[in-house]
Ligand binder design. Sequence first.
Ligand code: RP5
Length: 184
Amino acid sequence: SSMGIVEIRVKSFLKEESSEETPVTPRVGIIMGSDSDLPVMQEAAKVLNEFDVPAEVRIVSAHRTPELMFSYATSARERGIQVIIAGAGGAAHLPGMVAALTPLPVIGVPVRASTLDGLDSLLSIVQMPRGVPVATVAINNATNAGLLAVKMLGVADTALQARSLFKFMWIFPSKQKHDFLELF
Ligand code: RP5
């Protein structure tokens, strides 16, 4: 019986160890050109937190830290990131540049940051050339970027799709609502 106690102690020790040492792999990368974008971009993090989707938040600038942008974009997929949300203002090249460097879907958030009321950011992000898509949300609407990321991940994650159902329910046609509820 003393062996039994030792085993239990070892197990609980290992459990504590592993819960401290195993960091959760982020599924969504939230990046932005400047810390001045944070008040807008944190809304995306809030949404992901609401749905228990692990996310990381990083300042990565296409213009000020181009090498960091390159290494972030080219390593994101192999680190386990599945969707990238990129916010930037002014000459907002970050989402498009990142989209050119990764197979992951990129959601762009135009941040209102200059004298042009965010129209500059919107056009910089939305007017991508054919072949390099960026899913662009409305100016300053990082909430929608978070919700869109949840929907994208939900395609291959029915548990997450089910959790998101109630958030989106009010816009579903009633037949679809019925089918969905049957499913879970
Ligand atoms: C962009 O320029 C950033 O995304 C930010 O929206 C804007 C202003 O940046 P700061 O000068 O406030 O750092 O690169």
